[in-house]
Design a protein around this ligand. Structure first.
Ligand code: SF4
Ligand code: SF4
Length: 127
């Protein structure tokens, strides 16, 4: 058992120490460069080879042909392991990891996202 005198010393010294925790979510995290967050899809680079689908260990990605040499990617954020295997498997650089990690949803339909069109404004949440 800690003696009261020692305890008081610990309390006083802790008062002036920098906290070990951060004030997240009020202060945003700076994620490391190697962080594997939500996957981003670049439709203009995709050739529809489906290597990403073949190598995904959790069937979280689906590539859909929507026109002549045009493809959409459907992601299941609830199934994804964020392992980045699809990014490594893609021979065209059409997939990329991002720093995005705040993916929780109350409605599980919103965990299915479809990328189409230009990458900056392609995320459509399925209704
Ligand atoms: S990050 Fe892993 S689990 Fe998620 S879609 Fe890519 S291969 Fe599948
Ligand atoms: S591996 Fe790359 S190029 Fe092939 S279907 Fe997947 S995203 Fe498209």
């Amino acid at each position: 058992m800690i003696k009261p005198g020692k305890m008081v010393r610990q309390v006083v010294s802790s008062t002036f120490k920098k906290p070990a925790t951060t004030r997240y979510p009020f202060i945003k995290f700076e994620m490391p460069k190697t962080f594997r967050g939500k996957i981003k899809f670049y439709p203009e680079k995709c050739t529809g080879c489906k290597l990403c689908m073949r190598d995904c260990p959790s069937n979280a990605i689906n590539i859909i042909k929507v026109g002549d040499k045009k493809f959409e990617a459907e992601f299941r954020l609830d199934k994804c392991l964020y392992c980045s295997q699809c990014v490594d498997s893609c021979p065209k650089g059409a997939l990329e990891t991002t720093n995005e990690f705040e993916l929780a949803q109350l409605d599980n339909k919103k965990l299915k996202v479809t990328f189409h069109g230009k990458p900056e404004n392609t995320i459509k949440e399925e209704a």
